[in-house]
Design a protein around this ligand. Sequence first.
Ligand SMILES: Cc1cc2nc3c(=O)[nH]c(=O)nc-3n(C[C@H](O)[C@H](O)[C@H](O)COP(=O)(O)O)c2cc1C
Length: 215
Amino acid sequence: MESRESLRYLIFSASMRSGSLNTQLAKLAATVIQGHGATVDYADMQEFDCPSYNGDMEQKSGIPSGANELRKRLEENDAFIIASPEYNASMPGTLKNVIDWVSRFRPQPFNEKHSLLMSASPSMVGGNRALWSLRIPLEHLGSRVFPDMFSLASAHQVFNGDGTLNNTALAKRFEDNLVAFMNLVEAAKHYPCIKKAWVEFLGERPDPVIDRVEA
Ligand SMILES: Cc1cc2nc3c(=O)[nH]c(=O)nc-3n(C[C@H](O)[C@H](O)[C@H](O)COP(=O)(O)O)c2cc1C
């Protein structure tokens, strides 16, 4: 069976601000994922920036390059992680806009892609409402959004100079959340192999009534 090294994660922050707390969180996620043996494709939101969705523009000049870049990166990776700011109790318009553009591609690139959502905010709830709003279009588009989300409260006070978190319990919860996600992505990618072995070695035949994945 392939190891974790073959698993690729696209990670980006949905903030374009140079001193972004979400970018710090996304970079920390990248470090943790690499520390657990997987490959990270780190992206900058600037790469995915798009003009406001306009159906006439789509008809005339097609889907813009920022959305095409996100489509390509989604297809190149097994799963994706977004660290999103909370703007007015929701996700930033820039993020929703690029999701709308990307949803116009066929095959639709979010479909069946595993995702993990995280947020950072100076507030006490850590931008968590942005993530509930972000789940809606992603789940609608068929992304397998991981149930546990990570929201970093008082984010302006919890980063050390080296980008780690200054609270050991919080750092462990962050790592545990990422590892649980990685375990699911790994199982989803490799489970068909296990199932094949199960059939070959134990003689149990697949049963479409109880099977939850396709062989
Ligand atoms: C337009 C706007 C709306 C905001 N609304 C919220 C909000 O609803 N909840 C919240 O926790 N923070 C809100 N903030 C504060 C952001 O959480 C804060 O600026 C954060 O640092 C932005 O993320 P970043 O550091 O990754 O750029 C808002 C900021 C802006 C610019």
